[in-house]
Structure formats: C-alpha cells, structure tokens
Design a binder for this molecule. Structure first.
Ligand SMILES: [Zn+2]
Length: 75
C-alpha cells in the first residue's frame, strides 16, 4: 500500500488517489485548451494561475494537485 502524494490517503498503487487522478487528468486537459487561448503559457505559469486564482473554477482537488506539482517543480 502507498499513499496519495497529495492528500495522503491510502491507495493500492501509483501516486494519486482516484479523486486526484481525475483532477490531474482534468488539469492536463484544460492546459491544452489554455495553450490554444494563451499561446506562450508554460505548464508552470498555468499551475501558478490555477493555484493562485480563486476565480478559476477548477475545483479544490485540481487546485491541490496544482499546488503539489508546483512544489515538485521547485525541487
Ligand atoms: Zn488524493
């Protein structure tokens, strides 16, 4: 057994629990939409926007994943 890297709930395998896996997939999907709208947006800028801007309707789970990924980026 391992733990979800975001919420620490116990999962059988992988890095993310079901909810955070869905949230991460949604984040990635939305990023490709955003790249069409804002051509030069990088993944990191995108994650920063998602985690900082309360007006972006992505849901708490997606925000938690964005914050986690940004932390990983710093290392
Ligand atoms: Zn989780």
């Amino acid at each position: 057994m391992v733990k979800c890297v975001v919420c620490q709930s116990t999962i059988e395998k992988g890095e993310y629990c079901d909810a955070h896996t869905i949230a991460k997939n949604n984040l990635e999907k939305r990023f490709s939409d955003w790249q069409k709208a804002y051509e030069k947006m990088s993944w990191k800028e995108y994650l920063t926007r998602i985690s900082d801007d309360a007006d972006i309707p992505v849901g708490e789970w997606a925000k938690e994943v964005a914050i986690y990924l940004l932390e990983q980026n710093k290392k």
